[in-house]
Write a protein that binds this ligand. Structure first.
Ligand code: FA5
Length: 338
């Protein structure tokens, strides 16, 4: 009986050696290893053996089956390798064939401004954060010190999803979210993103626009730190000689609050001022609501209007151009797509 097994093994080994395709291997597997195959027949013949020989015989058959499986797998992988090699040889790329021309897009000018400012602030140790555009009244207004019915809410009317759920009117709610997450640790973040207001669209206003929020909290932060940061940013954007004008202004979440204009020299020698951001030292009440003790911590924040920066940088007169998707406009801003 064991001779039969040896013969069968030899027979299969030869057939596998000669097989050239996956299909031929499958036929071999079927003939020998399937339920009706030769090995099944051998196992069936076991009933004629004396009882004491059955276990040893069964073991031999199983070992032979395992060996054949391995031989089949080995050969399968050789055949697959060969197929792959043939395929690769047949698919040599002819680099001299003329390719299809495809046109590269450009980075939207607003995103160019955002990327540039992200690089600028990251180099100064800031982290870039994101916040939701559909925001809770709690973060957009309440925790920014606009209590219900506060008159300053009128300057930032917006689109409501539900009673207390709205499209954020500024990126400032990220201040509240960051404070709650940072649990009394120093903070140094910026957050770029879309914002919405029920403003009439005109040359300098859009109902949807972008801001970059900045928030720094630490011990002993002063107004001088804020002014220095903003002046460096403006000079990074518009050159070393550019001046800013800082005007007192009111935002419920800062004290003191300011608006910052970039000074533009007109051709006739006069000056023009373009408001680009709001800023200030964080109001003690806002710090307290965010979990910080205003006696221990202080901070500054700013909210930059991205479109206004882009308008100044690229000399665009109508803010609406950024949102019309007119290729003749957009293709003028060749951003580096690498
Ligand atoms: C704010 O939104 C404050 N959250 C900014 C701030 C942050 C103050 C942190 C203090 C501390 P304001 O409403 O002024 O402030 O908007 C900030 C900037 O967004 C403006 O200077 C302007 O550049 C831009 N902006 C505001 N409304 C529009 C609009 N409808 N279209 C385009 N840009 C706008």
């Amino acid at each position: 009986m064991s001779n039969n097994i040896e013969k069968l093994k030899e027979e299969i080994r030869l057939k596998v050696e000669e097989a050239l395709t996956k299909e031929e291997l499958e036929i071999i597997r079927n003939n020998y290893l399937s339920k009706k195959g030769e090995f099944a027949k051998l196992m069936a013949s076991m009933k004629d053996l004396p009882n004491e020989e059955k276990p040893a015989f069964g073991k031999l058959v199983n070992e032979a089956k395992t060996l054949i499986e391995l031989i089949l797998l080995d050969k399968l992988s050789i055949i697959k390798d060969k197929l792959l090699e043939e395929k690769l040889n047949n698919e040599k790329i002819d680099i001299t064939v003329k390719g299809d021309k495809f046109s590269l897009g450009t980075i939207h000018p607003l995103n160019q401004v955002i990327e540039d400012l992200e690089d600028f602030f990251i180099a100064m140790g800031y982290e870039v954060k994101e916040g939701p555009e559909v925001e809770l009244d709690l973060y957009n207004f309440e925790m920014m010190n606009f209590s219900e019915g506060h008159p300053a809410r009128d300057m930032q009317d917006t689109f409501y999803v539900e009673d207390k759920v709205l499209l954020r009117t500024h990126t400032s709610p990220v201040q509240a979210r960051t404070m709650l997450d940072s649990k009394n640790n120093p903070v140094k973040i910026i957050c770029p993103g879309k914002t919405y207001r029920r403003d009439e669209d005109d040359l300098t206003h859009s109902h949807q626009f972008m801001q970059i929020e900045g928030l720094v909290i630490d011990k002993n932060i002063s107004f001088a730190n804020l002014k220095d940061t903003l002046l460096r940013m403006v000079r990074h954007l518009f050159g070393e000689k550019r001046e800013i004008r800082v005007r007192p202004s009111y935002f419920p979440f800062v004290e003191p609050g300011v608006e910052v204009d970039v000074v533009v020299n007109n051709n006739d020698g006069t000056k023009r001022y373009i408001e680009v951001l709001g800023a200030g030292l964080i109001h003690p009440e806002v710090l307290r609501m965010g979990g910080y003790d205003p006696k221990e911590f202080s901070g500054f924040a700013f909210g930059i209007g991205v479109e206004r920066i882009a308008m100044l940088k690229y000399n665009v007169e109508d803010i609406r151009n950024f949102y019309l998707n007119d290729l003749r406009f957009l293709q003028q801003f060749k951003g580096d797509l690498s």
